[in-house]
Write a protein that binds this ligand. Sequence first.
Ligand code: FAD
Ligand code: AMP
Length: 478
Amino acid sequence: MAERYDLIVIGAGPAGYTAAIRAAQLGLKTACVDDWRDEKNQPALGGTCLNAGCIPSKALLESSEFYVLARDQGAQRGLKFSGLSLDLGAMLAHKDKVVSDLTRGIATLFKVNGVTWIPGRGKLLSKNRVEITGQNTQTVEAEHVILASGSTPVNLKSAAHDGRFIVDSQNALAFEAVPKRLGIIGAGVIGLELGSVWRRLGAEVLLLEAQEEFLSIVDEQVAREAHKQFSAQGLDIRLGARVLESRVEKNTVVVRYQDKNGEHVEKVDRLIVAVGRRPNTENLFAPETGLLLDEWGFVHVDEHCRSNLPNVYAIGDVVRGPMLAHKGMEEGAMVAERIAGHVSQVDYDVVPCVIYTDPEIAWVGKTEKALKQAGEAYRVGLFPFAANGRAKAMGNAVGFVKILANAETDRVRGVHLIGPHCSELVAATVLAMSYGASSEDMALTMFAHPTLSEAVHEAALAVSGRAIHIAQIKRSKP
Ligand code: FAD
Ligand code: AMP
């Protein structure tokens, strides 16, 4: 007889493992099926995020930043390093250890919470039957199924991966040597993060971006500042550049691309394709289940992640919305709680987004462009890190915090940050927006001195023209 569960989760990335753990906490008999294999061909939990995404990329970003600080800023802070050199092998080994510690941590969490981990490939056969192909094939039954199969890098016909010279983001986290000249197709979040890592380690980096506008998803003022800073770091960003062909010739990748001035040819030692990700739905379900996909190939779900099949849910990168680990985690917890009979929902209006470059870029809520398009009147409060004591002390007084508040109600509608540790600073603003705060609420809150977070406070004060540490025209009478 087939083993029966209350819940089967297909996929153990951040969305799937969160759903499984939360369901088990709530007393559901839960199994999680996942087909990820590590470099030793062993099953590993954590999906893309832990094994080939968020975590290894941040380990390399942190280490490479450490290297650049020692190399470029040590002397002026009174620290003289003699013979400073890069041991890429050790840097990669550190990254791999961070990954294996964390993936093993998820295995421990599964164990202590009583989640059954089934390595193998899951396929939905009907609304409550899942076929699992691993060492052997078995069919398990469940009252509820959650699809959390994640996403995979998009391939380009004009730059077919060969795993060595033309690679995806996963291979680009493990180059065996620093490429002398690195090409990246796509100057989006992943392209910029990977480009920053290898630039800091010494590569010449060329980014070819099809769009004319740099970082069109972020606030325009932030994008302008980012472009200035990244260019100063030596990232060669070419906009409106559409790649036509890439071929490997004598250990070099020859890239042909087109922009408004015509066709160009560039030679690079390695080429990363970072043009986005697509949902993993191939072979995920038998066609006779009738599971509905949307027009872009994502599993079609409602705001509670319910698919068109009763008791079948989908979460994370395989459904609509930003492809972010924390968005998937929140969906995982919500669905587990709803299955257990709780009232739970995700507030999609306050999903924080971060680009972990230097300076870091973070935002939540609406951009000025979106507010203008919607005809919503707003006020802006902006505060530069150049006027923040802690940022000065850190030697990193770049960027600003910008708060957008509704002109009538003063409710905070969006916060846009660029500068040091903005990935952390955005959290306070997410909390404020989640509670429906006004800019005045934030202005009346006390922030510790000297901290970077004071820039958030000052930006809130600036909305009503009363920031202390910048000259503001007085707009309101006492
Ligand atoms: P995934 O993490 O993709 O996990 C899905 C799992 O399901 C995988 O293990 C897969 O092998 C398995 N699977 C698929 N199909 C089946 C099947 N049929 N049967 C069994 N198992 C299956 N996001 C952030 O929020 N912050 C970041 O800093 C960040 N950095 C990133 C950096 C890089 C280089 C990349 C590539 C991504 C990054 N992301 C980041 C995105 C983040 O990794 C994804 O949003 C997140 O992993 C999605 O989680 P998920 O659980 O939906 O899917
Ligand atoms: P992201 O969605 O953040 O991963 O970013 C992917 C980036 O790749 C976006 O900025 C896209 O505009 C860009 N892109 C997509 N297709 C191409 C292409 N063929 N050539 C160059 N850039 C591309």
